[in-house]
Design a binder for this molecule. Structure first.
Ligand code: ADP
Ligand code: MG
Length: 256
């Protein structure tokens, strides 16, 4: 049975998409069957997996509205080793169109049930908001991976997300839990980042993943080649960190 994880954080630019595509590529590299679901109308995770969002015949939009199945809409990520349920601007309209539909928060969950045996991991890249789209991701998931930068307001920003996850857990999805906080874009030379990192560990204990993703320019360059960093330059420090994180996740799901 596939384990489904949302990569979520209400802040933009914190590394959600980078985490999603590189964890997907890292897991694929170590032999896991992976589906990446792009729930952001910007379609960055789609493009960053070698799939042209403008050329999608079917997308996650069609799946949410019930006019296509996941199996029909998913395509192979170019060179990436995982499959992609892509998104483009069309998805922005889903927000409004979903309002009138039955089970509107559970459309993704119900659609993914069909492919539960086809994959080991389903990774959902969420938009930077608490929209109906993110809610569909949270309702479908077994857990949330929260990428975060170790900056001054990092902890404050987490409060909203933690409360949202609690609410979804209480009302919509009893399976949902925070799997862990992933420290990303980390620069050990910056004292403040080390301090915040320590605070995080004090606060959240073993909810903080052991793996730390360093700030690494190769990870930032990779999307312009339509590839995850792990595929674009496997030897880069950031890529190696994401493969280590993939191993950590494989271990982690054994205890779920
Ligand atoms: P989000 O999806 O949360 O908006 P992104 O994953 O798109 O965030 O990351 C925001 C920006 O930071 C992008 O330009 C991305 O390439 C860059 N970035 C993300 N992670 C790293 C990293 N570890 N090292 C260097 N740049 C990174
Ligand atoms: Mg993003």
């Amino acid at each position: 049975m596939a384990k489904i994880f949302c990569i979520a954080n209400q802040k933009g630019g914190v590394g959600k998409t980078t985490t999603t595509v590189n964890l997907a590529a890292g897991l694929a590299k170590i032999g896991q069957r992976v589906l990446m679901v792009d729930l952001d109308p910007q379609g960055n995770a789609t493009m960053g997996s070698g799939v042209d969002k403008r050329q999608l015949a079917l997308s996650v939009y069609d799946v949410l509205l019930g006019s296509a199945s996941v199996r029909d809409a998913a395509v192979a990520g170019e060179q990436c080793g995982y499959r992609v349920l892509g998104a483009n601007r069309e998805l922005a309209g889903a927000e409004v169109e979903l309002v009138d539909l039955e089970n509107r928060e559970k459309r993704l969950k119900n659609a993914l049930a069909e492919v539960a045996q086809d994959y080991d991991f389903v990774l959902v890249d969420c938009p930077p908001s608490l929209s109906m789209l993110t809610l569909n991701g949270l309702c479908a998931a077994h857990g949330v991976i929260v990428p975060m930068q170790c900056e001054y307001f990092a902890l404050e920003g987490l409060t909203d997300l933690v409360n949202t996850i609690k609410q979804v857990h209480a009302n919509l999805n009893r399976d949902l839990q925070i799997i862990g906080l992933l420290r990303v874009m980390f620069d050990p030379r910056i004292t403040l980042q080390q301090q915040v990192s320590e605070q995080l560990k004090d606060h959240f204990g073993d909810k903080v993943f052991n793996t730390v993703i360093p700030r690494n320019v190769r990870l930032a360059e990779a999307p312009s080649y339509g590839l995850p960093g792990v595929v674009f330059d496997a030897s880069a420090k950031g890529s190696q960190a994401f493969v280590a994180f993939a191993h950590e996740m494989v271990e982690r799901i054994k205890t779920m």
